[in-house]
Design a protein around this ligand. Structure first.
Ligand code: SF4
Length: 562
């Protein structure tokens, strides 16, 4: 039996409820379950500030199988106004599950700043403001108070300063995108402290589970990316490759190549790495720790480096640490500053200017107050909406759409705005996983995008790390879940669940008012044939010409809640 603890912030009480078993059969957990519960708990047109915020574990959470130690949050994003999900590699999900709690939902708003303490299945509320204090000191203060056997979901000063893309962290891993930190601050939640416990789970078929788990380990060890590239260089192993292919955006996507990319690459960063960091039960350990603190990820090195024209790796490490301490999504930060620099005719690559803009944005002061609203709002305010490199209000990540057409369609049709992780087409169009596809081909590409969107939706709902799918196919993942939970999923069932989740999220967004107009790319990034790709995609999905799922499609997928 899967359960949810409803936490009423205004009344300071809580209750545990059982989640119907068909929700788990149809949506698994994590992202998918969050979308299904979202419909039960609110009208999709609710304001983000009033929307419920879910934290969800998944069916594999206690399994200790490789790359399964993550958990999810689902909420309505203040940045995009869409339903939004975000995944984090901290231990709080595992600790919740170790207390017998499968998911929690925050409802209403607290009257003053609160720390929520969850221990032995009980929830306590404590008044505590840590306003203005950086994230690492907050964590230290809370660990001293509640003990080292806790995992803490935290916000930073930027969330309290009203930065719309403020993130939330847990054990130095992140709910990066979409503004979860901002929402928690709006709800008066300073931190959620989760105590470790010892509850175990019965494995449905232990022998089969051990067998499939060991097979998966072999695939991970045999794959050059998960056994060499990511462990040795972290995610920034991609920097030089993406630049060589001329798809590394530079100067707010005006250009697609950065001459100094090698200076901020994984190879250069390696000299500064003191140790690697891993999410729970992950042998890959793609995170870096440098002498300046948390090591920057590829997306951060690109967003604050290549896109803004900065080429000092030492400065980027310092900025990364600053962003960690304030708690912001570095992709949206970099995208918003790039937009501002272009709109105001400032100089890309000017270290002093960029540093000052970042500091002001983290504090939402001076011109940083406008930048802290994200590039869509700031570009509109400056009467230059064409300079915002966003889809559905979310800043684009590090792959230039004009050189990787499948990825561009994935950006456009992503349910949470421009995101590379809803369908990681880089695997297919750059890395050749499972087989290299020509990145400039448009016709027929939509089928791959749809397949990956469905597959990734199931993976996010099982709480698998995205990088697991670089090494292991859906068939193994379906067998792993089946052996552990007894759900008995075929590969087809597993992908059908993903399709159901994607359609439900899309339908929720359509109810909010999203449609075809929101699936287009910024004018600067549009190319001939994009709209044909979009039409082919809608047909493949069984949606109408405005991108709305047809009734027959929803019925076929048994999306009964709408
Ligand atoms: S590969 Fe990286 S992101 Fe994925 S689980 Fe491992 S450490 Fe976390």
């Amino acid at each position: 039996m899967f359960n949810i603890v409803e936490i009423y912030l205004d009344k300071e009480n809580y209750q545990q409820k059982v989640i119907p078993s068909d929700y788990i059969e149809n949506y698994l957990g994590g992202r998918g379950l969050g979308a299904r519960l979202f419909v039960d708990y609110c009208d999709p047109t609710i304001t983000p500030e009033n929307s419920p915020v879910f934290f969800l574990t998944g069916p594999m959470c206690l399994s200790k199988a490789p790359l399964t130690g993550r958990f999810h949050s689902v909420f309505k994003s203040p940045l995009t106004n869409t339903i939004f999900d975000s995944s984090c590699g901290g231990k709080a999900g595992y600790y919740l599950k170790s207390q017998g709690i499968d998911s929690i939902v925050l409802l209403g708003k607290a009257n003053s700043n609160k720390v929520i303490y969850i221990s032995d299945g009980k929830v306590c509320f404590e008044n505590l403001s840590l306003r203005g204090i950086e994230v690492s000191r907050r964590e230290k203060t809370l660990k001293e108070k509640y003990g080292d056997d806790t995992s803490i979901i935290l916000i930073g000063p930027s969330a309290e300063n009203g930065v719309l893309f403020a993130n939330s962290s847990c054990d130095r891993r992140f709910f990066g995108r979409g503004g979860l930190g901002y929402l928690l601050a709006q709800k008066g939640v300073t931190a959620i402290v989760v105590k470790m416990s010892k509850k175990d789970e019965k494995i449905s078929d232990e022998n089969k589970f051990e067998f499939v788990k060991n097979e998966i380990k072999k695939w991970i060890h045999g794959n050059p990316i998960t056994s060499k590239g990511l462990p040795d260089f972290g995610t920034s192993v991609l920097m030089n490759l993406i630049n060589e292919l001329s798809i590394l955006p530079h100067k707010n996507f005006k250009e697609n190549h950065f001459d100094n990319a090698d200076l901020i690459s994984g190879e250069t960063l390696k000299k500064y790495v003191k140790k690697r960091r891993a999410c729970l039960s992950c042998p890959v350990a793609c995170g870096r720790v440098t002498e300046k603190g948390e090591g920057p990820e590829f997306e951060t090195l690109w967003a604050l480096g290549a896109n803004l024209g900065l080429s000092s790796i030492e400065l980027l490490m310092e900025l990364n640490e600053l962003c960690y301490e304030y708690g912001v999504d570095t992709i949206s930060l970099g995208g918003s500053i790039a937009c501002y620099i272009e709109a105001k005719n400032l100089n890309f690559g000017d270290e002093k200017t960029v540093y000052s803009l970042i500091e002001k944005t983290l504090n939402a002061e001076g011109e940083g107050k406008l930048i802290s609203k994200g590039s869509l709002r700031l570009a509109k305010e400056l009467k230059k909406p064409e300079l915002s490199m966003t889809v559905k209000g979310l800043e684009l990540p590090a792959y230039h759409p004009k050189g990787i057409y499948g990825m561009s369609l994935a950006y456009g049709t992503s349910n949470r705005g421009a995101c590379h992780l809803r369908a990681y087409m880089v695997a297919v169009e750059v890395l050749g996983i499972p087989k290299l596809q020509n990145r400039f081909i448009k016709k027929g590409k939509s089928g791959l995008v749809i397949y990956l969107q469905n597959s990734h939706s199931s993976a996010d709902s099982s709480i698998f790390c995205r990088f697991l799918s670089l090494a292991v196919g859906d068939d193994y993942l379906a067998r792993l879940i089946s052996a552990y939970t007894g759900l008995n999923l075929s590969t087809e069932d597993y992908l059908k669940i993903g399709e159901r989740i994607y359609n439900l999220e899309r339908y929720i967004n359509c109810q909010i008012g999203f449609g075809r107009k929101d699936d287009l790319l910024p004018e600067r990034l549009m190319f001939d044939g994009y709209e044909d790709m979009l039409e082919e995609y809608y047909r493949g999905r069984g949606w109408d010409s405005n991108g709305i799922p047809r009734k027959e499609k929803l019925e076929e997928l048994k999306i009964e809640c709408l």
